[in-house]
Design a protein around this ligand. Sequence first.
Ligand SMILES: Cc1ncc(COP(=O)(O)O)c(C=O)c1O
Length: 401
Amino acid sequence: MKISKRTENFSYAIRDVLAVATEVEAQGHEIIKLNIGDPIKYGFKTPELLTTNLKYAEQENYNYYSNSQGLPEYREAVAAYENEKHGVNVTADRVVATAGVSEGIQMTFMAFTNPGDNVVIPGIHYPSYSGNATIFDTNIRYYKTVVQDNFYPDPDHIRSLMDDNTKLIFLNSPNNPTGSVYPEKIIKEIIDIVGEYDACIISDETYDGLILDEGLKHIATAKIAKDVPVIAYNGFSKVFLAPGWRLGYTYLHDPENKVEGPWEGLNKLTRIRLCASTPLQKAGAEALKQDQGSYLSETIQMLRDRRDLMYKRLIEMEGITVFKPEAAFYIFPMISMDQFKWKDDKEFVFDYLRKKHVLTVFGSGFGPFGENGFRMVYLPSLEEIDSAMDKLEDLLNENRI
Ligand SMILES: Cc1ncc(COP(=O)(O)O)c(C=O)c1O
């Protein structure tokens, strides 16, 4: 049997590099893994705020199928949390519980697009956006995000990509893989542009609580969107350090009911997978209502130390241009390829892996503007980061033209 047309052209860079890593490991080498955005794999602990509430949910027998849209108390807790934390105005009936943000992204494509529709995506982006766009046969238009502009979106470029066939415009702040936090002014400009079309903004706010620098603030798109429809995503994978829980949510901001049809479609779609995990929703609801304690500030301090070290090492390397990430746990250095022997970012990443046993992800896997870049996570210990940077420095020096 042949592979389906839908999956034939689909690839996922973050996980694709693993095949070569397995080969290198099989040769007996220990690899420093800077490839995957999972804090638990690097020794970070899911806070008791969540684990205690999960035990409670099980004791209370929250083990049944919940409503497909989500447990009412989960949707209410999400709405209250988002409203209080980000000053949005969402109601529980416009919240859907999902198996991670990932499921929300997929459902959005299914409910909001038809084959041949246009979707506008950051030029360097979390690959699920382009992966889903490919699976659902939409045309991708990438907007400019470059290191010289701190990887912030370019509203003028977005304007030039919009047309009457455009359905979705993706924003992701704080951003994976660049670590940028979009300034409010830029988000506002984009909202105004999208407002001229029959289109919807998709705002992925997965890293909202992981801003590393004083004075910077996460702006929820829905807070400032006025009458422009916004679908926003968040969940428990990153800020709550529970990626394996697979718990997230999607909410709608649409005061003028412009996307009522697709939103109804999205809600209908939830029925096909019966429901998101009920005990996790219960635990998540309780956690959102309680004080977060000190785990988050401690996590941020640890991330800041690691970010500072990796950035400090990288800016000293000739042939590397790097933006200091403002949030999350990723850094996206760009290589001046004309100074080195490598043909492209892919060749560089596989060389770094095979010769120095450090696993990173090639930048072109995150979109066309990621060419000649690569992504690293700064979740490992300071010692491991330092060692990976020593190896990078050596590799660069060994390959200069
Ligand atoms: C920007 C972004 N959105 C969504 C996801 C997926 O998150 P989840 O674990 O909630 O499915 C990730 C995971 O890395 C991400 O970086």
